[in-house]
Design a protein around this ligand. Structure first.
Ligand code: ADP
Ligand code: ZN
Length: 225
């Protein structure tokens, strides 16, 4: 009897989950996705990171992408679909930055079925402040801001890498990214209304992670560490 119980418990723990994290730029999607990926042992797929890696390669495709990113616009649905197909596991992932258009949502349906959509929201004053202050480590991608300052200015605490401002975190581009979000991505909240878990992002990363884990726990998804 006991043995049976154990097997059952195990089954509950080894749940296979597929998440999307949705929300305007600067709400902390990347930070939350990172926290969740560690606590739930999921792969964190950020299409923004995938694109920036292409840009670093300085290929002709990378140059084209760089130009789109610097304007705060979206790269084409087809380009991002190909990039996603190459990088999306079958299970246990959190998708950050995709889909961003209705077209991408229907593309994704053909590739994989999502269980939950975490909708992270913040007020725009906080978003603008956060993005303007954000610095990221060139090496390990750790994020710093006005609430988390590095010990040595411009140097990553974790790995010693250089901290830079993302090219698209300039005031003009931030404004455009917010407009792009409203126009092209916000309609997805309604599209996914049956799968949405609303999370208030106007708080510290630890609190936002805690609230999200609690919501997931209520749905039978438990943190493993
Ligand atoms: P943020 O969510 O803060 O804007 P990301 O790193 O997710 O940051 O994305 C940075 C940029 O990469 C976007 O402004 C957009 O130009 C491009 N991008 C990322 N994901 C997609 C996508 N799914 N479709 C089109 N463009 C994308
Ligand atoms: Zn670092």
């Amino acid at each position: 009897m006991d043995g049976k119980k154990n097997i059952l418990t195990k089954k509950v723990v080894i749940i296979l989950v597929k998440f999307i994290i949705l929300g305007p730029p600067g709400t902390g999607k990347g930070t939350l996705a990172d926290g969740l990926s560690k606590r739930l042992r999921l792969k964190h797929i950020s299409t923004g990171d995938l694109l920036r890696t292409e840009v670093k390669n300085a290929s002709s495709l990378g140059k084209k992408i760089e130009n789109v990113l610097s304007k705060g616009e979206l790269v084409s649905d087809n380009l991002i679909k190909d990039l996603l197909k190459k990088n999306l596991p079958i299970n246990d992932f959190i998708l950050d930055g995709y889909p961003r258009t209705l077209e991408q949502a229907t593309d994704l349906e053909k590739i994989n079925e999502i269980d939950y959509v975490i909708n992270l929201q913040s007020i725009s004053e906080i978003i603008i402040k956060r993005l303007s202050a954000r610095r990221i480590c060139l090496n390990c991608k750790s994020v710093y801001g006005s609430n988390i300052l590095p010990i040595v200015r411009g140097v990553c605490d974790k790995c010693g890498g250089s901290l830079i401002r993302r090219a698209d975190d300039s005031p003009k581009t931030i404004e455009n990214r917010l407009i792009t979000y409203k126009k092209q991505t916000e309609p997805l909240i309604n599209y996914y209304k049956e799968k949405i878990i609303n999370i208030d992002g106007n708080n510290t990363p630890e609190i936002v992670l805690g609230i999200t884990l609690k919501e997931l726990n209520d749905r039978g998804i438990e943190a493993r560490a």
